[in-house]
Design a protein around this ligand. Structure first.
Ligand code: FE
Ligand code: FE
Length: 270
């Protein structure tokens, strides 16, 4: 993205004021990450995948029913926003639309956090939101609050503490077990409907130690270079479009109703 487009995102705060994880972060962010980092083990991720991923299905509901729920949720892991998830989706997608990005990409922006519907079914936020990271191999020290991993049971499993862990070198990120959260869940729920590039954006958008810090290159294959491109392109819209001003939903609704109907059926298996 060109710099002049980025500046629009910075009206509210400058770039250094996003993702600040220190004593200035909103109450609960550090506690959230402690819970996340001690619970996300290989066994935990496998159990969550079996519980939530297709063909398991919790219910059938329309996209817009899910949106209505999300509109009541505030993400504990996010130090940057106190608006609803619909507002966040609209701010992200609108910034993309204003930059003339393709419709599938704007849609990816509009849906990327819908996996947070997991909170509907009483999943604690530490297994729904926050940054994601591979499990089953050594944690990158660049993962936010990585010091908390000392209390994760996998710290005592020698194989999981090697560079490649349970994986082959260059095995490809799609073969890597990511910590459990809204990203993996939504990418699989939407897999029948969205282009593969949109699924990449959804699956990896919270994998900051990879797309921001450049870690885990040893697990990447050739396709992952293309993934990196799209996820990286997406990230500023997810992050820097966050503003305290609520988008005008009434005005924007017709556009998004048409866009959603173009890709999704009336009822989705969640
Ligand atoms: Fe997200
Ligand atoms: Fe987001």
């Amino acid at each position: 993205m060109e710099d002049n487009k980025l500046t629009r995102f910075k009206e509210h705060r400058d770039e250094t004021q996003y993702r600040v994880y220190d004593e200035h972060a909103r109450d609960g962010v550090a506690e959230f990450y402690y819970q996340n980092h001690i619970h996300q083990t290989v066994d935990f991720v496998k159990a969550k995948r079996a519980q939530w991923l297709p063909p398991s299905s919790k219910c059938e509901m329309s996209f817009w029913e899910a949106v209505n729920f999300l509109n009541t949720l505030v993400d504990d892991s996010d130090p940057d926003i106190d608006l609803s998830q619909l507002d966040h989706h609209l701010q992200t997608a609108e910034a993309m639309r204003q930059d003339g990005l393709p419709r599938w990409f704007v849609l990816a922006g509009f849906v990327h956090d819908m996996g947070k519907v997991l909170c509907l079914w009483d999943e604690p936020q530490y297994c729904v939101v926050g940054d994601t990271f591979p499990v089953g191999c050594r944690w990158s020290p660049k993962i936010v609050y990585s010091e908390f991993f000392r209390d994760n049971p996998d710290a005592k499993v020698p194989l999981y503490q090697t560079e490649n862990g349970i994986y082959e070198p260059k095995c490809g990120l799609d073969n890597v077990l990511m910590s459990w959260g809204h990203d993996e869940y939504l990418s699989q729920v939407t897999r029948p409907y969205l282009p593969v590039e949109a699924q990449w954006v959804i699956r990896y958008h919270s994998f900051y130690s990879w797309h921001k810090e450049g870690e885990y290159k040893h697990l990447m294959n050739d396709t992952d270079v293309e993934k990196f491109h799209w996820v990286k392109k997406f990230n500023p819209y997810d992050l820097y479009s966050k503003k305290p001003v609520k988008p005008d939903w009434k005005k924007l609704q017709p556009y998004y109703q048409e866009l959603v109907a173009e890709y999704f059926p009336e009822i989705i298996k969640w």
